[in-house]
Design a protein around this ligand. Sequence first.
Ligand SMILES: *Cc1c(COP(=O)(O)O)cnc(C)c1O
Length: 234
Amino acid sequence: MTVIAAQLQAVHARIVAACHAAGRDPAEVRLLAVSKTFGPEAVRAAHAAGQTAFGENYIHEAVDKMAALAGLPLQWHCIGPVQSNKTRLVAGHFAWAQTVDRLKIAQRLSEQRPAGLPPLQVCLQVNVDGGATKSGVAPADVLALARAVAVLPRLQLRGLMCIPEPQPDFEAMKAVFLRTHEIYEDLRSAGLALDTLSMGMTADLEAAIHAGSTLVRVGTAIFGGRPARDHNVE
Ligand SMILES: *Cc1c(COP(=O)(O)O)cnc(C)c1O
């Protein structure tokens, strides 16, 4: 077994244990393997171990990786910031865009989604802990944005994602994730057909699962540590 296969297995075990502890069915929680900064061979090893959904932050790096892996049936999720000048690449290459936080970006993604591809699957990124400089739509504005995105022809709105700041302990982390879950349930009560709550990473996936996550995004625990990098630079 490769190191990546063993680490994937360990992450699945964490997900199952967290689901059992939270009284949830493990089938409700999908794993997104975050392969940013790792090469195609790492993705290939994860795929050989059964992983099909991969998350990438840096658009050009992702597109190069996809080209190197063309032919493998992989599902690619964009989980990095999407500026206007990157929407065409995202619309043309990814199955999912999880970080939509402005109507203008959503409209461009819908206009630029190629006709031959299925609708782009979208999550709205919520700035749930209110950092002034953070990306993500403010909780008070999520419903209006969701209603506007839900009617765009080439997008399918699937749910919410968040990247909260680390908290000092499990309960504090869970409380932040629970706020995102509440917003998600409010949208569903308002009639939006959502099925995806993307939250939880290597350090906090247990707290996220306790708070209702349906998609955990895990990089380090599968692929190992990454060199430090400024997340807003490409
Ligand atoms: C890098 C990244 C992850 C994975 O983080 P790990 O701590 O390595 O598991 C998840 N989500 C987003 C948005 C990321 O940028």
